[in-house]
Design a protein around this ligand. Structure first.
Ligand SMILES: *Cc1c(COP(=O)(O)O)cnc(C)c1O
Length: 405
């Protein structure tokens, strides 16, 4: 019996399919509740969540400190817009700026909005500060990037599915192979205002660059008066064992882009974080968001920053990540494992099935993961997972690889 042979599950999926746009292809699991690293479906079956909403649930489902902050704020004030000050915005921005070692925060909602905002800030900085002639700026990006789904962002994607039929596209971007600092150096000219990169490429399959790459990008940006923007929306906030993945290489960018886990798994909350000489190029009316930095999101975000300040989750990601990677290494049917911390991209022998087929077999065995690019599975459980739960997931994974259904 498969998951969808249950009447409640089948009916819920049928309703979704009828009324929700088909821009995703979800596994046939209908979540109804969740706590920590576990999701319960509408039939009461439990699954170990090894995706964590693409890192948005780094601290586990319904972390008690985060839900307490949200509940308290729901009973106080939730939204006033930036037309007025709120008593939550300043403390949030101050705490996040301090966490990043920067001066200022531009709060937004989705990750894609943070990326869009950074592009605008970089272009404005290029015009106002660097002196690049109006409308001639370029930004260097990496091939196989994933930065979101808006029209401008897909303009510098090379994924044909993300782009197909959605043009015309926004000009002003140049893509070079990820990890190739020589190609990146060659792409920079006097009109370049920024380099925009994921420090570890997430959707591309958890691709870790060569060790000299990010330090060389840092030097190139400094030498050429170009802003180094790192998209830490998925890699940041403890996932890799550091607050920011860039720390693995001792690199400090000019601009951090944060999202996903910043909202504590409760609200959409993203941010651009940079020094005053960069974010200060924005003046009233030049950029905005009705919901950006609202009191509810700010209260949640402040709590997330305080959780990160303990270092507990960074340490868990390091230790449990080593455990996860040890479990995956040498597993029959796995052809490659990449990643850092509690984040692993796992390539599957095509003879055993597609990534989607294996993730379905895993769901039937109580473990939720997501495939990417055909033969790759991504393991990114909430950082509250235990070593014993990782062992259990690895047993299930081995069984799913060994099975034909
Ligand atoms: C998820 C993601 C985004 C987009 O975030 P949304 O909240 O889905 O808009 C951008 N960059 C990276 C690296 C991501 O993983």
């Amino acid at each position: 019996m498969t998951l969808v042979d249950h009447a409640g599950t089948a009916a819920a999926i049928e309703l979704d399919n009828r009324y929700a746009a088909h821009n995703y292809s979800p596994l046939p699991v209908v979540a109804a509740a969740a706590e920590g690293a576990w999701i319960t479906d509408i039939e009461g079956r439990r699954y170990l969540d090894c995706l964590a909403a693409y890192s948005a649930v780094n601290f586990g489902h319904r972390h008690p400190l985060i839900t307490a902050a949200a509940h308290a704020q729901l009973d106080t004030v939730t939204l006033v817009s930036r037309a007025f000050h709120s008593d939550r915005l300043g403390p949030f921005c101050a705490a996040l700026a301090r966490l990043c070692g920067k001066d200022m925060v531009l709060p937004m909602n989705s990750g894609a909005e943070a990326v869009e905002s950074a592009i605008k800030v970089a272009r404005k900085w290029g015009t106002d500060v660097k002196g690049v002639p109006v409308d001639t700026a370029n930004i260097v990006v990496a091939q196989n990037n994933f930065h979101g789904r808006t029209t401008t962002i897909i303009s510098f994607s090379d994924d044909p599915v993300a782009r197909g039929g959605f043009g015309p596209f926004t000009p002003g971007f140049r893509a070079v192979p990820f990890g190739d600092a020589d190609a990146l150096a060659a792409a920079i000219d006097e009109h370049t205002v920024a380099v925009l990169l994921e420090p570890i490429q997430g959707e591309a399959g958890i691709i870790v660059p060569p060790d000299d790459f990010l330090p060389r990008v840092r030097r190139l940006c400094t030498d050429n008066d170009v802003l180094m923007i790192v998209d830490e929306i998925q890699s940041g906030l403890a996932r890799t064992g550091r607050t920011f993945a860039c720390e693995h290489w001792g690199v400090v960018p000019d601009m951090y882009l944060l999202g996903k886990a910043l909202g504590g798994g409760v609200v959409p909350l993203s941010a651009v974080v940079a020094d005053r000489h960069i974010l200060g190029v924005l003046h009233p009316g030049e950029h905005g968001s009705t919901f950006g930095g609202n009191p509810l999101a700010a209260a949640v975000g402040t709590t997330v920053v305080s959780i990160l300040q303990t270092g507990e989750y960074q340490d868990r990601a390091t230790e449990l990540g080593a455990h996860l990677h040890a479990g995956l290494a040498g597993m029959a049917g796995v052809t490659a494992v990449r990643g850092k911390g509690l984040w692993a991209g796992v390539d599957i022998d095509p003879g055993l099935g597609t990534g989607k087929q294996i993730s379905l077999r895993l769901a039937e065995r109580g473990v939720l993961v997501k495939d990417t690019h055909g033969q790759t599975l991504r393991f990114a459980p909430p950082l509250v997972i235990t070593a014993a739960e990782i062992d259990w997931a690895m047993d299930r994974f081995a069984a799913a690889l060994a099975s034909t259904s």
